[in-house]
Structure formats: structure tokens, C-alpha cells
Write a protein that binds this ligand. Sequence first.
Ligand SMILES: Cc1cc2nc3c(=O)[nH]c(=O)nc-3n(C[C@H](O)[C@H](O)[C@H](O)COP(=O)(O)OP(=O)(O)OC[C@H]3O[C@@H](n4cnc5c(N)ncnc54)[C@H](O)[C@@H]3O)c2cc1C
Length: 297
Amino acid sequence: MDINKVNTKILPVSFDYYAPSSIEELLSILKREEEVVFLAGGTDLLVKMKQRIVEPKVVVSLNRISELSFIEEKEDGLHIGAVTKLRAIEKSDVVREKFPVLYWGVRAIGSVQIRNMGTIGGNLCNASPAADSAPPLMVLNAELKTIGVEGERRIPINEFFVGPGKTVLKSKELLAEIKVPYLPPNSGTSFIKIARTSMDIAKINVAVMVRLENGRIGECRIALGAVAPTPMRARKAEEFLTGKEVTDENLRRAGEIVSKEIRPITDIRSTAEYRREVSKVLTYDALRIAIREASKE
Ligand SMILES: Cc1cc2nc3c(=O)[nH]c(=O)nc-3n(C[C@H](O)[C@H](O)[C@H](O)COP(=O)(O)OP(=O)(O)OC[C@H]3O[C@@H](n4cnc5c(N)ncnc54)[C@H](O)[C@@H]3O)c2cc1C
């Protein structure tokens, strides 16, 4: 049916609605209901519901579950509840000081209004190839904790996305927490996004982590968004750079490899050709910034 394909103010479908206030209560709802759709900030979901792209029978809000909203420093890294608002992450001193790549990724999402509503879990579970928090968390090697009726799972973020709008999450399984390991010494990170306007989804984004070792690149992680069906790691370029000297030639070569590794499409935001071309420069610039940051220590 070709109605309501524009973003009206109306939610045209009726559905049952739950707003549990604890994980225990949530799990009992999940055991009872056959199929549910989770609601966090609603900045992606409500748009899709208004356009009838998603027509849920049961909506379960996660917003009253305080156990899912926190930023906590622990020995093994930073733990972030999936329902933590993007704005809380952006305002966190720990994130800004110790995980600047995540700060810059989150800071690039929409506007203050969007970040006040939107959550980190929603950004990941929506599984847009252009999600701005994904490349930063991928170069940080974040680990995702899920919960569901069958128990808990821990999934490396680099194995989480399987296609546009698709993750490895099973039915009635939710993302509960993101663990971000601390960066090793002598490392630096960077994030760059190109978009049509500051409010828009990325035409292309890139995050980099570099660890220097005796003046060479000891370790390198490069992740890009909006250039493939999922956010992706540029493994070939990473491999090429590992152990290499920091020279302009090597960094430019890495950019060339990235542009061959990505699988961009032409869509309303950009052309595949543009994405391929600009990925070279963007990778080079992101590497340069990360190396500069790593050299500061
Ligand atoms: C004007 C505008 C500008 C935007 N700009 C950007 C941008 O620049 N960059 C960008 O990356 N995004 C952008 N977005 C998209 C959106 O704001 C983000 O993806 C946001 O982080 C989504 O979070 P949410 O909490 O609102 O998710 P919701 O809309 O509540 O949920 C999104 C999806 O994830 C599922 N979900 C949510 N939480 C969980 C969970 N814990 N476990 C399992 N499933 C879950 C929901 O069922 C739904 O399918 C923009 C959106 C708008 C409307």
C-alpha cells in the first residue's frame, strides 16, 4: 500500500506497549510475547513506524530501565549501557579524554536534539551502514553484551553487523552493554565524517587507531561507514601498514588500498565514484591525525 510514505506526525499502526522498569520485568514480557520491537530514543524507529516501514504488534520501551543506562570505568575498560543517551556520552569527561574517537563519532550524530533522544544502542542496532558510532567502536575493538530469554552473549562489534538494518541479534534479544577496552600506550585515534550538511547521515566516515612502535606502525585499525552494506574494517590496508615506517608514501598507499577494498554504492547522498575517490584522502588524513595523537604521549 502506497500511503504514509512521508514522515507525518501520525503513527498509523496500533500496537501493544510495555515500559518495564527492570531487566527482570523486561525478561518476563519477552517470555510472554511472541515478537517484540524495542524502543530506545525512537529517532530511527518512530520515523520508520510513521512511514509503515516497521509495523510492530508489540513495542517494548527500554527507557525506564535504569540498569541499561550508565557510563562506568572498570579495570577492563569503559562500560556503557546500551540505553545511554548519545548526549551523555558526548558530555562524559572519561569518553572525551580516554576515548576521543568515540567522542568525535557520537558528536557527529545529528543535532543536540537528536543526541538528547537517541541512544548508543539504538545507533548500533539500527545497523545503518552509515552509523557514526560504529567505526569508532570498531577500531576500539568494543565488545557487545546482549541479553534475552536464552541468556547473555558477548559479541565482538566487528562481528555484529550483517547487512543494512541487520545484526546478529536474535528475535527478542537486546543489546545491553558496550565494553570498550582501554587504548594501549603510544596509540592515537581519529574520526572524520563527510556529510551534505552537519545534520545529515554520512556520505562516508572513517575512524582510525594507530599504535606506534619504535617509530613504525606497530598496530593499525581502520574502519569506514557508508561505503559497504555494513560498517567495515579495511583489513588489507591495516595489514599493509603494520610494521611499516611512517612515510607519506606508505600512508597514501594505505588510502589507495582502502579505496579498492570498499564496496560503495550510488545513493541519494553520494556516488560510488565519489566515495571511492574520497576514501583515499580521508584515510590518509585520518591516519595522519591518529599518528600525531600517538606521537603526543
Ligand atoms: C534528523 C535526524 C538526524 C540523524 N543524524 C544521524 C547522524 O548524523 N548519524 C547517525 O549515525 N545517525 C543519525 N540519525 C539516526 C538516529 O538518530 C541514530 O541512529 C540514533 O542513535 C538511534 O538511536 P535511538 O535510541 O533513537 O534508536 P531507536 O529509534 O529507538 O531504535 C533504532 C533501532 O534499534 C532497535 N534498538 C534500539 N535499542 C536497542 C537495544 N538496546 N537492543 C536491541 N535493539 C535496539 C530498535 O528496535 C530499532 O530497530 C539521525 C536521525 C534523525 C531523525
